[in-house]
Design a protein around this ligand. Sequence first.
Ligand code: 0GY
Length: 302
Amino acid sequence: MSFQVTPGWLPFHPSPSKPRFVAPAGAVDAHCHVFGPGDRFPYAPERKYTPCDASKEQLFALRDHLGFSRNVVVQATCHGSDNRALVDALESSGGRARGVATVAHDVTDKELQALHVAGVRGTRFNFVKRLVDFTPREVLMDIASRVAPLGWHVVVYFEARDLPELWDFFTTLPTTVVVDHMGRPDVSQPVNGPEFEGFVKLMRENENIWSKVSCPERLSVGGPPALDGERAPYRDVVPFAKRLVETFPDRVLWGTDWPHPNLKDHMPDDGLLVDYIPSIAPTPEAQGKLLVDNPMRLYWND
Ligand code: 0GY
């Protein structure tokens, strides 16, 4: 089946630069996707966008180019709850990729078990309104209570303005909860302003809640510029990510978000994204936790 890519869709960077930052041995890119290829793994009928294909081979080549060792492949909404492309990537990775799936309410125990054997260790609940239709909270809670005994966590994706309404749901989930992209803060507001304080409070009061300090390219208002060739991009996002890395060093993860769905203005150079890491995690100790210890504890603990 061939698919028409959403008009205006930006393809991923064709030749990312080599990062200057050398990631510690065993580093994990803990948030990335595979898309299709659509003729083999069709996109979901209920999708809100059609991406360009982004294959497992391209993902693994990027991993090597960036000096990383492992990937956590996260199911994106364009594949709905059809996890075949994700599972195919995990099974082709030689044990170097684990996954976060999206499962429907009618998923069987046998299907959950098969996903687990393939390397899935979490399920994703998406609350971003431009990406998904509404699913009742009871349905999600039921799914969470079925995956928790497998040792899986729940990944949640939402916009900062929706946190107050989602708070009670998140704080009653029966397993570890990982928030995508710091809950998408408005980085034009102060890092100690009410919005981000709310997110820090969520993590402070709930020790089972983690955050990905990823996606500066999505959150930045100032944009990507490498100032005069300096490889320290997305300056306006740094204080937010740095604060979480400092405050919760054992509950943060980092990922490229390759192939960067739904970016409208610019497509990041993935090498430059890696060079963002030392600005948010300046010490070798913080880098080791962010890139190795934390993701290994969550995804390769068996
Ligand atoms: C991301 C971000 C986005 C999309 C998805 O599942 C998805 O479709 O995650 C987005 O558009 O913000 O996490 O890569």
